[in-house]
Design a protein around this ligand. Structure first.
Ligand SMILES: [Ca+2]
Length: 472
């Protein structure tokens, strides 16, 4: 912390213009690895003993492990939170967008890339976007200089009418542009570069490998600039796939193979930073968009698509040698909504003042494992943008779910969310096994009121999703 203050003072003295030292510290390179559907129980640093994740184990040993780091139950909403610093309900992003969706993240939203870009950062998005595949919503329209990846989940298909094929698009498996326009086949997704499709169907077995190569070559090309690499992997969303070097190697099925390839990918990026002597100039963050789908969210209750901790509490590692103390753990509430204010702080950007943000700058947590909490409250929204639960301190209250109650769907109670109000103490009962609402009526009442107040504020300051008609 003393070093940061010193640097802040240097920045004042030099006004950020000529001091290489000040620039180095004030503007670290940023690499954000955002895995799809990886659960907290899927990797070594968080307790998995069956898979080999030596690179992530090393990552944790050299950095900080966050154990109360929140995302959301499913894909698109999580990416909206990550990129805007807001709950998905505030930016009107539903759980999952599809190839027929006409909406996307509104172009007026200020994304992570748009926060860092004015500070001279080179930016790239490599992987699964999932915030709108139509032209006005693509990464290149949201602050990323370049894009290479799939526009939505890998189990989806193509948008036949709106697909824009590059002149040299590689059509695989007997596919042609005409066939692609005629029928949409599940699990055949397009691979894009920039705003055009360059491969269809994407060869999913080599995506992790190719994303990694893209990231490494970008880092090498921009070694002298500050850069931001956003790497939202397609794996380990189904259909699972792994390249030849990893296929069948984990002894734990395709999921294990895919996770071990992701671990390799992390190692390649770390090695590149070491080779280029960028280690101490680069913050690397590794996390996931939602709980495990086919893997493990152990020890927590629930998995992907739920608001139990297993659906939304993510594995999260951060490493920045010389700045983030090695081998430490942070159990304070944090989450992907905090990345935007945190990035703003690190690059010296002002936060927008014309809108409400939900996230907070968590650099104090990153630099000091004993720092006090930055925010004591977290809200849990559903895929249909309703508030399902609130955590304040150690207490988590599920709000009564009238929709689930109306369906009389017993499955909804077991797998999706409680129907009535349920209260859990996450300090003594992190697996949400014992509803203690009946014994704590005052806490239930206080949290209900707090949830209602916060929900009303978000509804009052809600911003629209991008519609094709309202862009530009
Ligand atoms: Ca996901």
């Amino acid at each position: 912390m003393r070093r940061i203050l010193l640097v802040a003072a240097l920045c004042l003295v030099f006004d950020g213009r000529d001091s290489a030292v000040a620039e180095t510290v004030a503007r670290p390179n940023l690499i954000l690895i955002f895995v799809d559907d990886l659960g907290v129980g899927d990797i070594g640093p968080f307790g998995n003993t069956e898979l080999k994740t030596p690179q992530l184990d090393k990552f944790a040993a050299e950095g900080m492990k966050f154990t109360s780091f929140y995302a959301t139950p499913v894909c698109s909403m999580s990416r909206a939170c990550l990129l805007t610093g807001c709950y998905n309900a505030r930016v009107s992003m539903p759980g999952v967008l599809f190839p027929q969706s006409q909406i996307g993240l509104h172009s007026n939203e200020i994304t992570l890339a748009e926060i860092v870009k004015p500070k001279g950062y080179a930016t790239i998005c490599i992987g699964k976007w999932h915030l709108g595949h139509r032209e006005p919503f693509l990464p290149t329209k949201q602050g990323f200089d370049s894009y290479f990846g799939i526009p939505y989940s890998n189990d989806m298909t193509i948008d036949p009418q709106n697909a824009r094929f590059a002149k040299d698009c590689l059509f695989r498996e007997g596919m042609t542009a005409e066939k692609a326009r005629a029928e949409a086949i599940r699990h055949t997704v397009p691979l894009m570069r920039g705003e055009a499709i360059v491969e269809y169907p994407a060869d999913q077995a080599t995506l992790t490998k190719r994303y990694t190569e893209e990231a490494v070559s970008f880092i090498r090309a921009h070694r002298a600039d500050p850069f931001f690499v956003y790497l939202p992997h397609s794996m380990v969303h189904v259909p699972l796939a792994a390249s030849a070097d990893f296929l069948g190697k984990s002894g734990q099925g395709l999921l294990g193979d895919a996770i071990e390839e992701l671990d390799w990918s992390v190692g390649q990026i770390m090695q590149t930073l070491r080779d280029l002597k960028l280690d101490e100039k680069t913050l690397v963050i590794f996390t996931s968009d939602n709980g495990a789908a086919t893997g493990s969210s152990a020890p927590y209750r629930g998995k992907k698509a739920t608001n139990f901790e297993g659906g939304v509490r993510e594995p999260c590692l951060m490493r920045w040698p010389g700045h983030i103390p090695a081998g430490t753990t942070c159990d304070k509430i944090a989450g992907n909504i905090d990345m935007l204010p945190t990035f703003a702080k690190l690059v010296g950007a002002d936060l927008p003042t014309d809108r409400v943000l939900d996230g907070r700058d968590i650099t104090s947590l990153m630099f000091d494992p004993n720092a006090g909490p930055v925010r004591d409250t977290h809200l849990y929204f559903t895929a249909n943008q309703t508030l399902a639960a609130i955590r304040q301190g150690d207490w988590k209250l599920f709000l009564p779910d009238t929709a689930a109650g109306n369906t009389k769907n017993a499955k909804a109670k077991k797998n999706a969310a409680p129907v009535g109000a349920e209260l859990y103490n996450l300090a003594t009962d992190p697996v949400e096994a014992h509803d203690v609402a009946a014994e704590n009526p005052e806490i239930v009442s206080r949290l209900k009121a707090e949830a209602a107040r916060r929900d009303a504020e978000i509804r009052a300051h809600r911003r629209p999703a991008g519609q094709l008609a309202n862009q530009n």
